[in-house]
Design a protein around this ligand. Structure first.
Ligand SMILES: CC(=O)CC(=O)C(=O)O
Ligand SMILES: [Mg+2]
Length: 220
């Protein structure tokens, strides 16, 4: 059997664990309270999409939003990982989008239902190439940006995350064991907005990585 390559972690079929409301400016723009503990939800591996393939708008939404986020790729399994050891479990990073059907999410929230339809559909997790750990010296202080059709919509710094990466790894692994190839999406800064069929999204992390995706309507 050939060894699996972590630089293609999206092919491994592992968990995608997402953190919501981790930036106060984004929580405020959606009129959400600032959380005192991380808000977690999951996406399935079928949510992954890589460059060269389109982001598909589900038929049931009229308000699909982009959320640019720093993704943390787990390189070593663990349960109840102490914060002091957390970064030893990181293999690297990826720039990610947490595509969100905002109208469906609002409906789910008002009915007290889970966010699965809003957050976990096919292609709801576009990812960049794998970024080896050494290429981001301080993941707690990098700038993320996102443009729609060349217009800047999101520009934020991971220094403004409410819960740090070591805290998130420790908190999550207390409840959900982390495995090699898992991905943690660390939340989005402000500036989320709607995208339409034929839009082009570009996003980047400083001079480390950039990526480009087209938006297409899902066929019936
Ligand atoms: C309100 C949200 O959609 C939470 C979320 O995903 C975030 O990144 O914040
Ligand atoms: Mg998000």
């Amino acid at each position: 059997m050939t060894a699996r390559n972590i630089s293609r972690f999206w092919e491994w079929g592992r968990k995608i664990i997402c953190v919501g409301r981790n930036y106060a400016d984004h929580a405020k723009e959606l009129k959400n309270a600032i959380p005192s503990e991380p808000v977690l939800f999951l996406k399935p591996p079928s949510a992954y999409v890589t460059e060269g393939f389109p982001i598909l708008v589900p038929l049931y939404t009229n308000n699909l939003h982009h959320e640019v986020e720093l993704g943390v790729v787990i390189g070593k399994a663990g349960t109840s990982i102490p914060q002091s050891d957390a970064m030893d479990h990181v293999a690297g990073y990826a720039l990610c989008l947490d595509m969100t059907a905002r109208d469906i999410q609002d409906e789910c929230k008002s009915k007290g239902l889970p966010w699965t339809l809003a957050k976990a559909f096919n292609t709801s997790c576009p990812v960049s190439e794998f970024i080896p750990k050494e290429r981001i010296r301080d993941p707690g202080n990098v700038r993320l940006w996102l443009k729609v059709n060349d217009q800047l919509r999101q520009s934020g710094c991971t220094a403004h995350m409410i819960f740090s990466i070591p805290y998130l790894i420790s908190y999550i692994s207390e409840v959900i064991s982390l495995e090699e190839g898992d991905l943690i999406l660390t939340g989005t800064p402000k500036g989320v907005s709607a995208v339409q069929e034929h839009d082009e999204l570009q996003a980047g992390i400083e001079d480390v990585v950039s990526m480009r995706f087209k938006v297409a309507r899902k066929d019936h």
